[in-house]
Structures are given as C-alpha cells and as structure tokens.
Design a protein around this ligand. Structure first.
Ligand SMILES: *[C@@H]1O[C@H](CO)[C@@H](O)[C@H](O)[C@H]1NC(C)=O
Ligand SMILES: *[C@@H]1O[C@H](CO)[C@@H](O)[C@H](O)[C@H]1NC(C)=O
Length: 210
C-alpha cells in the first residue's frame, strides 16, 4: 500500500510539473450546469461551516488510490443533489436545505486535517450547524453516501425526501429524477439494481493512512 501510494505520488507529481495546472471546469448533470466543487482551505473551512446549515467535506489526498476510487462517487453525488429539486419547492436543493459540498486536500493541509482528527483518507464529514453530524470513512459506494445525506435531510425537514430515491451510479451524468419525484411509481428499482456495476467493497478497508 505504502509503495503503491508512493508510486502514485511520484507519477502524479511528474505529470503535474509537466503541465500547467488547469482550472476546474463546470460539469453538467441532467443537462444542468454544475459549478466546480468548492476546494476548501484552512482560511475558508471554518467560515463555511459557520455560514451553512449543512456542509459536507471530503478530506482527501489527490494521489491515494482509494481517494481516486472515491472521487467519481463523491463528484456524482454532488452533481446529483446540486441539480435536484426538493419536493414541492421552487428553491434549489442548495437553498432549500442550505447544503454545500466541498473538499479539502489533506496533503497540502496535513496539519489542518489532523487537527480535525482526519488522518485517513478519504474521510467525508457531514457537519450540521458547524458541528460534526456524521461521516463516511473510506471509499464507500453511492448508496452509503446518499444514505448519509438522506438521513440528515429527513431529520431537518421531515417528509421532504422522495420515498423511492433513484440514485445515479458513480460517473453518471444523469438520472431519471422523475422516477423518484413520483410516489406512485412503487416499481422503482431498489438500490442494488440501480447500481449494478459498482464494485463490491469491503467495510472500512478502502482508505489510506498517511
Ligand atoms: C478531536 O479529538 C479530540 C480527542 O478525542 C477531541 O477532544 C477534539 O474535540 C476533536 N476535534 C475535532 C475538531 O473534532
Ligand atoms: C454499498 O456498500 C454497502 C456496504 O459495504 C453494501 O452492503 C451494498 O451492497 C453496496 N451497494 C451497492 C449498490 O454496491
């Protein structure tokens, strides 16, 4: 693991030094533009926690294999929620729940992450009103990530979540959200069928220690 991580590190930094660093670009989900995810720094992290009801932060290394594994899952979850419309609301998801997604590079800000008790990556923490609420440790699948989010949303606004949430697969750029908006469609595929291509994962093993 250590050796693999080191190779990944050397390979990735060689690549980076050869090319100018590109600014992140917007993506699209369900045909809607999604801004690049907020990259937090020690200067912005605490302010963000103070100014939003929910903040989800992926603490990661740009090189660790499990972080790379988890990256599309977290990115797709962000795009999926960002473009979703809460039931019976005109507001966007972000406004309705005051929910923000971000990430922080724990190689660049190692001390900052460890002060927050994050020493294995990826670790995704969900804060509510600036306080720790829940976390997703390691490279978990979409079902686990959305399950963590759904539980928190249902607690803060009971009855606001679809009974049968249809979730995307990691890397997808769309999902049939009409299926989850309708309560009549009880034949909606269960989570297992909704993500058949996802790899089987072992609990709490897919993370790297520094
Ligand atoms: C980190 O853990 C220590 C010891 O358990 C605890 O006192 C401290 O509040 C934690 N810090 C954060 C930011 O969660
Ligand atoms: C997601 O991970 C959990 C726990 O590891 C597992 O029980 C579940 O079957 C997985 N779901 C999918 C769709 O892979």
């Amino acid at each position: 693991m250590k050796v693999a991580a080191l190779f990944a590190l050397l390979g990735a930094s060689a690549l980076v030094s050869g090319k100018p660093k590109k600014e992140p670009e917007p993506t699209t989900f369900n045909g809607v533009e999604v801004p690049p995810m907020t990259d937090l720094t020690p200067a912005t992290y605490d302010d963000w926690l103070k100014s939003h009801t929910f903040v989800m932060v992926k603490h990661h290394s740009p090189y660790c294999p499990f972080c790379l594994d988890f990256a599309p899952t977290y990115q797709t979850a962000y795009e999926f929620y960002h473009t979703s419309t809460p039931k019976g609301s005109e507001e966007s998801f972000s406004d309705f729940y005051d929910f923000k997604f971000g990430s922080i590079n724990c190689i660049a800000y190692y001390d900052f992450c460890s002060e927050r008790n994050v020493t294995t990556w990826p670790t995704t923490v969900l804060y509510r009103n600036g306080k720790f609420l829940d976390k997703v440790r390691g490279a978990k699948n979409m079902t686990i990530v959305t399950g963590t989010i759904e539980k928190a949303l249902e607690e803060v606004k009971p009855g606001s979540r679809p009974a049968n949430l249809v979730i995307p697969k990691a890397g997808d750029d769309h999902v049939d959200s009409a299926a989850s908006a309708s309560t009549e469609k009880t034949e909606t595929a269960p989570a297992e069928e909704a993500a058949p291509k996802e790899k089987t994962e072992k609990e709490d093993t897919k993370e790297d220690t520094p």
